[in-house]
Structure formats: C-alpha cells, structure tokens
Design a protein around this ligand. Structure first.
Ligand SMILES: [Zn+2]
Length: 338
C-alpha cells in the first residue's frame, strides 16, 4: 500500500538479493543493479497496491476510512479487508445495510465511500482499539490468489502491480544467468505510485538512466460494457504497448523498437491508450533533460478491485519481449533514440 510498503519490499528484496547489488532511495524504492558496460537501462514496476487508511473509529466500534489510490465506490461493499495494526492483522468487512431493510429509493442509490465503514465485529470503540486499531493504520483488500478453470487465467487482487515487479525480477534473473554485454540494468520496485508516482520521481534521480521501460498491469477491454474504441486489448492477446496516457507520450523511436522486437521474436503485441490515467513513466521520462521511455503492460481485467484477472500466456510473452528488448539496448541503439 502507498507509504506502507515495508512488508512487500522485504519480499521483493529476498527475490532481488541474489540478482544484483541492492540499494534503496530515501522514500523506500528498492533498486537492484546489475553492473556492466554500456547505457543504464531502468526497468520499473511499482510495489504499492491501492488500499485504505483508518480515519476514525466510531463509538460503536466501526472503522471509517480514507482511500489511498483510485477506488470506485461500487466495487467496495461486502468485501473483506485486513487492517494492519501494531498488534497484528485484523479482518473486517466493508459494511452496507442489508437489502431487507432498504427503502425502494435507497436500493437504487449508489452508496458512496464516505457512507461506508469497516465492520471488524466489535461492539464498542474500546473493543476495536483493544484489537490494535489506531487512526492511520493501513487497510488492504483480502483476496487469495487462485488459478481459474482454464488453467491459464489467474485471479487475485493487486496484479496492478505485482505483475510489473515480477517482470522486473524475471528479467534480472535471466540476465544474472545469461550475462549481459549490452548495458547495465537497474531493476526498480517503486513506492507510492498509486498516489502520484512519488517513488518513481525520487528513484530515477538515484539512477539517472539513459533509457527506461515501465512495467504495468494494463486495462483489458474485453469485458461487457467497454467499446472497442475505448480499449480493444484482450486477455490472452499478448503484452500491450502503451502508446498514449494522460501524462506521457512514449519516445517514438523506442516505441518502434518495441514493435520491431516483438515482430522479430514472433511475440503477439497489442496497443493501448489510457487517456484517464498515468504510470511511473510520467515522472521518469521527465527526469533531467528527458529519458526515452516506454510502458509495457500485461492486460488485466477488473484492476483496482478485489479480483483482477490476468492470462499466463500474456505474462510469459511479456517476459520474452522484455528480455529481447533489453538485449538490444546497447550504446548505439540508446544513442539513436534521442
Ligand atoms: Zn499500476
């Protein structure tokens, strides 16, 4: 969760430690460097997931909350959450009035977040506080990982952006074993992306990269209600290349190198546009006098909810594409981008 990344960072550190030299920026982004000659290639995936923070405990023992990151009110009610307290994890459920008691006009009304609360089963404020709950405690969705019926689709919360962190690690792992003559890789797990790309803003200064590839969960548009012109990205259709978002237009030459690399390696590639969102690339491509940057994604349905879905083939193809692309980013190629 933004600002509360201690647990996930410790896990990422375990994965990264055998793969390179580890450091951190002062906001907490984790940097894994594979030394070498040639240009500095930054691979970035954010480690935070969207969540909540305890705002107030009512005298009846209900927990009022603020969101950290972009939640849509309609995906919240009835879902389980975990409050991370100094005494340990406390399970709760986001409360709503049962339908039996709703008036007709209430039933058709959208309940907004401010009217919601987390019920931890307490019957008084004291009981909730005895469980360890304090104002400021982080709250995360509870959602177990599951492989779905077709064996290829995976269900879980927070593929945005566990998937980006995993792509960074799998690429570092490949080059740790295979060796890398073309460049030096900085694999970064950034903090606080979901509240305004804060860890990307600081970690890029620690690295001063020559080129950057941002790894993200992208939005799959193959669900009812999304028009093809809004998104025609499909689950299982391959990794996606972001050609436009609200805060970045990719380096066009680097974008074209991605397309060529995918074609040469026979990796399916989809194109996506996100006029209403941004990624860590927003901060990274503006660093210094500018950094050639692209965003690659693994399509995910229902991101920013308890149950997002990705396809294993898209992930595997994204790893292949990323490894091939990084292998081509030698001095000559990187110099030609600007
Ligand atoms: Zn994300």
């Amino acid at each position: 969760m933004p600002g509360y990344e201690t647990e996930v960072r410790a896990l990422l550190r375990q994965y990264c430690e055998p793969l390179g030299e580890i450091s951190q920026d002062k906001l907490g982004s984790l940097i894994c460097r594979q030394p070498g000659d040639g240009p500095k290639v930054l691979l970035a995936g954010h480690m935070d997931e969207i969540g909540f923070i305890v705002r107030h405990v009512t005298k009846e023992g209900f927990v009022k909350f603020l969101q950290l990151g972009g939640w849509w009110d309609q995906v919240l009610l009835g879902h389980r959450v975990v409050i991370k307290t100094h005494k340990g994890d406390v399970t709760g459920v986001i409360g709503a009035k049962p339908p039996h008691l709703l008036q007709t006009e209430e039933r058709n009304k959208i309940v907004i977040k401010d009217e919601m609360y987390i019920d931890v089963g307490a019957t008084s404020k004291e009981e909730a506080e005895n469980a360890g709950i304090r104002v400021g405690d982080p709250v995360v969705p509870q959602s177990a990982f599951e492989i779905m019926a077709n064996g290829k689709s995976y269900l879980c919360k927070a593929f945005d952006n566990r998937i980006g962190c995993a792509l960074v690690i799998d690429t570092l792992r490949h080059y740790a074993q295979a060796g890398n003559a073309a460049n030096q890789i900085y694999g970064v797990s950034t903090v606080m992306e979901e509240v305004g790309v804060r860890g990307a803003t600081t970690s890029v200064r620690a690295i001063d990269p020559d080129v950057a590839i941002i790894l993200e969960a992208d939005i799959a548009g193959d669900v009812p209600g999304i028009k093809p012109e809004e998104s025609d990205v499909k689950l299982g259709g391959g990794p996606s290349l972001m050609v436009y978002d609200a805060r970045m237009i990719p380096n066009i030459k680097l974008r074209d190198r991605v397309v060529e690399t995918a074609a040469a390696e026979r990796i399916p590639l989809q194109y996506s546009l996100m006029p209403g969102g941004a990624t860590d690339g927003a901060a990274i491509h503006m660093h210094g006098t500018g950094v050639p940057t692209v965003v690659l994604g693994v399509p995910a349905r229902h991101i920013h909810s308890h149950g997002s879905i990705i396809h294993r083939d898209d992930y595997d193809n994204a790893v292949k594409l990323l490894i091939a692309l990084v292998g081509r980013l030698d001095r000559g190629m990187v110099d030609s981008l600007t």
